[in-house]
Unconditional design. Structure first.
Length: 438
């Protein structure tokens, strides 16, 4: 998912969502029609440093759409801490927006509810065709071999952001490319009230993203090939322990980060309190907080054994935001026009520039704004070394269960309690027991 966000916690269980497979958003008139052709409701995810910044980015574009079509779009920017709950509640109540942003990692889970409009060949044809979108983005739109549940809107990848001055002052000449190098650099940088690395220890979604990257580097996946949870696999356990050990053992993350869940680690980096940050497409957020682009560098996320290719060639999950339509919308024609507008080359350039993300529409990537050194790192990662999170119906429950287990492990680390292989395995075993039955 990505975005610059807080955790989607306390999610409604998948069994509840599946019970509403015939439900959806829109208004209570029955939906799936064009009963309200002059209005649309749109839930946007909080992509910028604040909800107000998002409104400033989006409202001029929505006004432009209204001028072109005569359709008024009623905007609500929903914080990430509320978004998944709000969406799942809407699938059960039938009361939701016409169009909405979803974290791309939720695509298969929300697809399983049956509430979202499937993007079959006909629907893709109405917005210019499926082949306009890059393959990595389409890989996170739902279960393979099924019609996608959503359309890619913003593409992002994780990268390592590092403070150039803090590196120079510590005598570090280049960004780390392995985890051992990152820990060594972090220890040099963690002094005088400042720390080597920041993280969001109370954010289950961020925890999952990093743990999954670690797991893939260990050759693990958290799920078996047939989609069954496998959270206590040796590689998964090692991955979670490696991630939490950055605080518990290596002591390069401040204990207070165990309570972070609202982008505080980004603010700490922008203010020079930490020297490194692992984040998705952070440039716009850092700029809004007063950090000049010349003050930091950007490099690929480290891997276990050197530059991608030396170990398992994964250093990001395919992060991003998808645009979905509730199946029972009262303005299906207008909703489709809105998706076409938001994924047009012109809007893709405007919106992805604003959020320092990468357009998932291939033709829009030709804009020079997406060829900067920073964006080159993100595009290269998305093309060569990023993987989608498991596209299984229980994915959102996986994020909540395992992400919360990691949150608890970070709390242990912050309190000085030992984080051992046994304690990690016990937390993951408990998380697996919380997953819905197949």
């Amino acid at each position: 998912m990505r975005s610059i966000r807080a955790a989607a916690t306390g999610a409604v269980t998948l069994s509840l969502a599946l019970a509403a497979s015939a439900c959806g958003g829109g208004s209570p008139t029955g939906g799936g029609s064009d009963d309200s052709p002059k209005t649309l409701t749109y839930w946007a995810s909080n992509q910028g440093a604040s909800v107000e910044i998002d409104k400033k980015v989006l409202q001029p574009e929505l006004d432009k759409f209204e001028k072109q079509t005569g359709i008024e779009v009623k905007l609500e920017v929903v914080p990430w801490s509320d978004l998944l709950n709000r969406i799942l509640t809407a699938t059960t109540s039938g009361q939701g927006p016409d169009v909405l942003n979803i974290g791309n990692t939720w695509s298969a889970s929300l697809q399983a509810t049956g509430a979202l409009l499937p993007w079959d060949a006909k629907n893709f044809g109405r917005i210019g065709g499926k082949d306009r979108f890059v393959a990595s983005a389409l890989g996170s739109t739902g279960v393979p071999d099924q019609d996608p549940a959503a359309v890619p809107l913003y593409s992002m990848a994780y990268a390592l952001y590092y403070n150039k001055k803090m590196f120079a002052d510590a005598g570090i000449s280049k960004p780390p490319v392995t985890w051992d190098e990152l820990v060594a650099a972090g220890k040099k940088l963690s002094k005088n009230g400042k720390w080597g690395l920041g993280t969001e220890g109370s954010n289950p979604s961020e925890n999952i993203h990093h743990a999954y990257i670690f797991a893939k580097q260990h050759g693990a996946d958290f799920f078996t090939a047939d989609g069954k949870p496998d959270f206590t696999d040796d590689g998964a356990v090692a991955a979670v322990k490696d991630y939490v050990d950055l605080m518990a053992k290596d002591e390069i993350i401040a204990p207070g980060n165990a309570e972070y869940a609202q982008n505080q680690s980004v603010s700490d980096f922008a203010k020079g309190k930490t020297a490194m940050l692992l984040w998705q497409s952070a440039a716009a957020n850092l700029k809004s907080q007063g950090m000049d682009e010349d003050d930091y560098g950007i490099a690929p996320v480290p891997v276990r054994s050197g530059t991608p290719g030396g170990g398992t060639n994964v250093n990001s999950m395919v992060a991003g935001i998808n645009l979905a339509v509730f199946k029972n919308t009262d303005n299906l024609d207008g909703a489709t026009k809105f998706v076409k507008f938001m994924t047009s080359d012109a809007e893709q350039k405007i919106l992805n520039k604003a959020y320092s993300s990468i357009p998932p529409v291939a033709s829009a990537q030709s804009d020079p704004a997406f060829s900067t050194p920073a964006n080159a790192v993100l595009k290269d990662t998305l093309t060569k070394s990023a993987v989608a999170l498991p596209q299984v119906p229980a994915e959102s429950q996986f994020e909540t269960a395992v992400g919360t287990a990691i949150k608890e492990l970070y709390a242990d680390a912050a309190a000085g309690r030992a984080v051992t292989e046994a304690s990690v395995k016990a937390k993951l075993k408990k998380a697996q027991s919380q997953m819905p039955a197949a």
